[in-house]
Structure formats: structure tokens, C-alpha cells
Design a protein around this ligand. Structure first.
Ligand code: CMP
Length: 141
């Protein structure tokens, strides 16, 4: 298992101001933040980032939402980062997310669900590279 994952604080949580509390949660759970930037995805970027979902009925809604305002993009380091971060954020639908997880605490619904996390090491590498060059990451500095 790799020690990096890609995380995103989505436009709902940035717009509502909850993103500061989410950063606190990330630091409190001992993730090392290797990279961070705030960026509004273009529609084309949102389409490309979520291309794996393009046949799903919610794809257009997802693209519209993810390009509606800025997101906070993060590269996180921790042992077994992908499963660790998925545990930290909880289930996609906040109604099903375990108590204390980021989505249980901060998400509105299944679409506006506050945060994203990579679902595999392979996708973590691809998603990190989608937004960050290796030179932008803080490595043991
Ligand atoms: P995320 O982890 O970013 O990966 C894909 C996203 O699609 C997911 O979080 C949700 O925000 C969104 N999504 C998944 N299922 C639905 C749904 N039924 N309706 C709307 N959005 C959804």
C-alpha cells in the first residue's frame, strides 16, 4: 500500500466556510500535507477528472457542481494513505457515513458531499498528477 493519496475539499465545503474545520480534522488525524492549492476547476477539467463516471446518471450534475466554485486540492501522506483517508471521510452518502467522519460532520448530501478521496493507489497517483507536479510537493523539508 502506498503512503500518498489525493484529497479534495469540494465547492460546497469551501463556499460554506467549513473547509477550515476540515483542514483541522486532517491535521488532527496526523496526515502530512505534501501539497495544497485552491483552484476552481473548469468544466473541461471536471469532465476529465471524473471521466470514469461519464456513463452514470449523475455525471452532468457532478461536473456542474465541481466546476461551480473553488475546491481545495490536497496531497496527503500517511501509512496506507488511500484506505486511511477513505476511513477518515466516511461513506459517499453522509446519511450512511460513520459518526465522526468528515462526511458525517460536514457533508450536505450524496452529491454535495464535502470531500473526495482516491479509491486506489493507482488512481491516487493519477489524481495527484492531474493537479500537481512532483516539484510542487513538500518532501521532507
Ligand atoms: P467522489 O468521492 O468525489 O466520487 C464521485 C462522486 O460522484 C461522489 O464523490 C459524489 O459526489 C458523486 N455521486 C455519487 N453518487 C451520486 C449520486 N447518486 N448523485 C449525485 N452525485 C453522486
Amino acid at each position: 500500500m502506498g503512503n500518498r493519496t489525493f484529497a479534495m475539499i469540494k465547492p460546497d465545503a469551501v463556499e460554506s466556510g467549513k473547509w477550515g474545520k476540515i483542514i483541522d480534522h486532517i491535521i488532527a488525524e496526523d496526515y502530512k500535507i505534501l501539497g495544497v492549492k485552491m483552484q476552481r476547476m473548469s468544466e473541461a477539467e471536471a469532465r476529465a477528472f471524473y471521466a470514469v463516471h461519464k456513463e452514470r446518471p449523475f455525471y452532468e450534475e457532478l461536473v456542474e457542481f465541481m466546476s461551480s466554485g473553488p475546491s481545495v486540492l490536497l496531497v496527503l501522506e500517511k501509512a496506507d494513505a488511500v484506505p486511511a483517508w477513505r476511513d477518515t471521510i466516511g461513506a459517499t452518502d453522509p446519511a450512511e457515513a460513520a459518526a465522526g467522519t468528515i462526511r458525517a460532520k460536514f457533508a450536505e448530501n450524496k452529491g454535495r458531499n464535502a470531500v473526495h478521496g482516491s479509491d486506489s493507489d493507482e488512481n491516487a497517483q493519477k489524481e495527484i498528477a492531474f493537479f500537481f507536479s512532483e516539484a510542487e510537493l513538500i518532501l521532507n523539508q
